[in-house]
Design a protein around this ligand. Structure first.
Ligand code: HEM
Length: 160
């Protein structure tokens, strides 16, 4: 199946495109650690952004866990804006930097705003770091939330 041509403004982010599956683990001082299975889809429609969606399941119980969806909008060759919405009432806005590498690249995002619905858990700040090396994507997510300082919540490794 052939889709629309990749918009030239997102061509340098082509290493992110595809369906990625793998395993991750979550920690935070206020919760029990957990392992999860994840599927990430990053696609495009020929416009100057990439669409991102993710869903996870508990590694032992197979029950659905977290999910989220959003968009990456490159600004020039090295800056990337990211918006993400979560069903838990959390919206993250990020500014990021892209560093190309042989067969991939890395993205480092720092939240400029985290917006919460009235009943969402209090999340103040989020950083996300993503590395693609050929068909392997690894990422980690840190957050300052529920009164705790910025620290690791998630680490995962996925395969395309
Ligand atoms: C792979 C994605 C993620 C998975 C699998 C995941 C999973 C979990 C699990 C299992 C818990 C503990 C049980 C619960 O409260 O539901 C939890 C707690 C929490 N997560 Fe995540 N999470 C993910 C992403 C995120 C993100 C991106 C954020 C915020 C930006 C976030 C914020 C929180 C908060 C605030 C808590 C509650 C901590 C507390 O109440 O003490 N999570 N997460």
């Amino acid at each position: 199946m052939t889709g629309p041509a990749l918009h030239p403004d997102v061509a340098h982010l082509a290493c992110l495109l595809g369906v990625w599956r793998g395993k991750g683990s979550g920690i935070y001082p206020t919760i029990e650690s957990f392992d999860y299975l994840e599927e990430v889809t990053i696609g495009h429609v020929g416009k100057p952004f990439l669409a991102y969606s993710q869903k996870t399941r508990h590694a032992e119980t197979d029950l659905p866990l977290h999910a989220e969806t959003g968009y990456l909008r490159p600004v020039g060759s090295d800056r990337v804006e990211l918006v993400i919405a979560q069903p838990t009432g959390i919206v993250e806005l990020h500014e990021g930097v892209f560093h190309p590498a042989d067969g991939g690249g890395s993205l480092a995002f720092v939240s400029t705003s985290v917006q919460l619905t009235a009943t969402a858990r209090p999340v103040e700040h989020v950083t996300r770091s993503i590395t693609v090396d050929a068909d392997v994507m690894s990422y980690h997510v840190d957050m300052a939330a529920v009164g705790e300082p910025l620290q690791r919540h998630l680490t995962a490794q996925l395969q395309r």
